[in-house]
Design a protein around this ligand. Structure first.
Ligand SMILES: Nc1ncnc2c1ncn2[C@@H]1O[C@H](COP(=O)(O)OP(=O)(O)OP(=O)(O)O)[C@@H](O)[C@H]1O
Length: 232
């Protein structure tokens, strides 16, 4: 088991926005986190990455509490939003910086980026452009590619399909499926796109007002069930 969440609570004012009694995630699972605006998806991810602290309970990653140990940082990569980027760097400078944190040489990083040529669609590299000047979708691509460069065991992506053009959405799905079979990566993806999330994930967790309402393995009926749930 890679993640064990117990009695996790986060409250803002009088509102409990995450309230998870128990949740366990196994190695190699691809989990889709769905739920309407404000359900608590991003708050859960932020606690998972120790960007904010829970009021109660804990998140244990490979046996260590993420709020008490840095061990999880060695095998976890994430992209939640453009706050993860450094907007005064060019895309290459950013990739080199992230690479250097993981002891990857610039040559290694450039080599890695070659495999992203299709994903980048000629818009990311060699432009001499600062990250702040890229479109939101292209910023997403930079963040996702930088997260994957770390070859993580655990990948956390917040709404990765948002702002991506349809071609890149499909390419991202293929990429996630490939990494799942090849490297047995565990992936947590939040998404409002029920189609994509059921296509790429083998388990869906449905959050509503911070509570887990459903937690089930994906099968051929999942998309219909989710659409029925959200169409009320
Ligand atoms: N720093 C904060 N202060 C006060 N309330 C907050 C704070 N951060 C989040 N919230 C509230 O917590 C609730 C959950 O927000 P969260 O961003 O986790 O939802 P979400 O499921 O990711 O939503 P979306 O689909 O819109 O991204 C919302 O009601 C939000 O307003």
């Amino acid at each position: 088991m890679i993640l064990e969440i117990s009695n996790l609570k986060k409250t803002y004012g009088s509102r409990t926005v995450v309230n998870i009694n128990e949740l366990q995630i196994n190695e190699g699972e691809t989990i889709g986190l769905v739920g309407n605006n404000g359900a608590g998806k991003t708050t859960l991810f932020r606690m998972l990455l120790d960007l904010i602290r829970p009021d109660e309970g804990q998140i244990i990653s490979k046996g260590e509490n993420v709020a008490a140990s840095d061990q999880w940082k060695n095998y976890t990569a994430s992209y939640l939003d453009e706050g993860f980027l450094i907007d005064y760097l060019t895309s290459e400078e950013y990739f080199f910086f992230i690479g250097s944190l993981h002891n990857l040489s610039e040559a290694h990083v450039l080599d890695y980026l070659k495999s992203y040529e299709e994903f980048f669609n000629g818009e990311i590299l060699g432009k001499g452009k600062y990250i702040r000047d890229f479109s939101k979708g292209n910023q997403n691509k930079i963040g996702i590619a930088a997260a994957l460069m770390q070859n993580p065991e655990l990948l956390v992506l917040d709404e990765p399909f948002a702002n991506l053009d349809p071609t890149t959405q499909i390419r991202l799905k293929s990429l996630i499926k490939l990494l799942k079979t090849g490297d047995k990566m565990t992936t947590l993806i939040s998404s409002h796109d029920l189609n994509h999330v059921t296509d790429v994930c083998d388990r869906i967790i449905l959050l509503e007002k911070g509570l887990i309402i459903k937690d089930f393995q994906t099968n051929e009926n999942t998309l219909k069930e989710l659409e029925a749930y959200f169409s009320v």
